[in-house]
Design a binder for this molecule. Structure first.
Ligand SMILES: Nc1ncnc2c1ncn2[C@@H]1O[C@H](COP(=O)(O)OP(=O)(O)OP(=O)(O)O)[C@@H](O)[C@H]1O
Ligand SMILES: [Mg+2]
Length: 251
């Protein structure tokens, strides 16, 4: 797995955490499966056509080639079903869902980044709403997504400023809404969509995968990740997770 990722990503693979590597590998393999599926079905059609052509040209040779064609058909179908099975496996069902206390995840992310932030005179402010319900989520992936956002926020501020990590319930539908806001320069208006694309980076040492991975994680949970600029400057990233109707009180 390390090898495949190293070749696909160059030196970047070494910087990625285990969950990011797993996500990327799944993406690479499902892309491969998608790309193999099309020529396979085209082969299938052309072999059927070839069979018809051969019958028209050499009707007496039918017995000779029909057994070979049968083998080709059989093998093609076998390949197709391998690809189908793989595409089903590689789907977003790979999350390890459990009831998660959203506030605890956010607090943990802040705790992890505190030493780095302190060293840069960046204040981390936690705004966690009281009495949040638990949400069905994969805690490792969710932590990874929020870390990616908070690391970006610290990098945007560089030094002397603040980042705010918040968790609240959406007044509209009760979804859990994580926010990561920073006092940095904000995102150029024409880049608000592009920043989510894999490999888009403005950093010398960036892989450009952090936001893309965070978005994949949000979407795999049935949620979403959006970006905007705050009126007073700085960027705000919002990761929304639906409750999926499996909420419990407390946490
Ligand atoms: N909080 C932010 N403020 C301003 N720009 C941001 C912010 N977060 C992300 N960006 C922009 O989006 C780009 C993509 O971010 P992303 O996290 O995907 O990659 P990266 O941070 O460049 O590299 P890495 O893979 O190490 O995370 C960044 O290079 C930066 O230009
Ligand atoms: Mg990043």
């Amino acid at each position: 797995m390390e090898d495949i990722l190293a070749k696909a990503l160059g030196q970047d693979a070494a910087q990625l955490a285990a969950t990011e590597k797993r996500d990327l590998l799944v993406r690479l393999l499902s892309r491969l499966a998608h790309e193999v599926r099309n020529p396979l079905s085209s082969l299938d059609i052309h072999i059927q056509l070839l069979e018809e052509d051969l019958e028209a040209v050499v009707p007496q040779g039918r017995g000779q080639f029909s057994s070979r064609l049968e083998i080709i058909h059989g093998e093609l179908h076998r390949l197709e079903s391998i690809v189908e099975r793989f595409l089903r496996l590689a789907g977003p069902s790979a999350l390890d869902l459990e009831p998660v206390a959203a506030g605890k995840i956010a607090a943990h992310v802040c705790e992890l980044l505190q030493p780095d932030a302190s060293g840069k005179s960046i204040q981390i402010v936690q705004t966690i709403e009281a009495d949040l319900p638990t949400v069905m989520a994969d805690p490792l992936r969710l932590t990874q997504a929020l870390l990616n956002l908070a690391i970006n926020a610290i990098q945007a501020v560089q030094h002397d400023g603040s980042i705010e990590v918040s968790v609240k319930r959406s007044a509209a539908d009760g979804a859990i809404v994580f926010g990561v806001r920073d006092s940095g320069p904000g995102i150029p208006a024409d880049k608000l969509t592009e920043i989510f694309e894999p490999y888009f980076t403005t950093k010398e040492e960036g892989s450009g995968l952090g936001l893309w991975i965070a978005q994949q994680i949000a979407v795999a949970h049935g949620g979403k990740l959006t970006a905007r600029n705050a009126a007073g400057g700085g960027a705000i990233f919002t990761l929304t997770l639906p409750l999926r109707g499996k909420e419990k009180s407390g946490g």
